[in-house]
Design a protein around this ligand. Structure first.
Ligand SMILES: [Fe+2]
Ligand SMILES: [Fe+2]
Length: 160
């Protein structure tokens, strides 16, 4: 798969998790916790593979990078708020929906503007980059370091 196809497939996962999370009710607390933890993990991985591999690769062909970095920080802040909100708090779904809105906007902008710009790299380079993204995504999914980082982050965000 080409880089933009790999990232779009992962966007579908992220959008699906956020939609499922927003549709949970206050009597499904365990499911809320599980979906939220999965969202934290997938969002960390997505942001990391883009920041590490995709954004540096498109720096010369896309003028949208500083905006995209700013949006990653905004998503990170809103995710922190979701992590800090108790799953039985009536505000929980409100916070999830705000994060969902920001993420939808950001992923659409990537898919409709940045990814078409990335096609200037050529099909071969995009395939190569796609393989690198998939390898890194797999590595991070399995990585003990990533699991530890997420556990720490979860603990810290809930304590603050
Ligand atoms: Fe992004
Ligand atoms: Fe993305």
């Amino acid at each position: 798969m080409k880089a933009d196809e790999v990232l779009t497939a992962h966007h579908d996962v992220l959008r699906g998790l956020l939609r499922d999370l927003a549709e949970t009710t206050a009597d499904e607390l365990e499911r809320r916790e599980q979906l939220r933890d999965r969202l934290l993990r997938e969002l960390e991985i997505h942001t990391q593979i883009e920041d590490e591999l995709f954004y540096p690769a498109v720096v010369d062909v896309s003028p949208l990078l500083s905006l995209a970095h700013a949006e990653h920080r905004q998503i990170d802040d809103q995710l922190a708020t979701v992590m800090r909100t108790a799953p039985d708090d009536p505000e929980f779904v409100v916070e999830v929906r705000m994060l969902e809105k920001t993420l939808r906007h950001h992923t659409m902008e990537e898919e409709q503007r940045m990814f078409p710009q990335s096609h200037a790299l050529g099909a071969e380079r995009l395939e190569e980059l796609g393989r690198q993204l998939e390898d890194r995504q797999r590595e991070l999914t399995r990585s003990g370091g990533m699991r530890l980082m997420i556990r720490l982050k979860r603990a810290v965000l809930r304590l603050v």
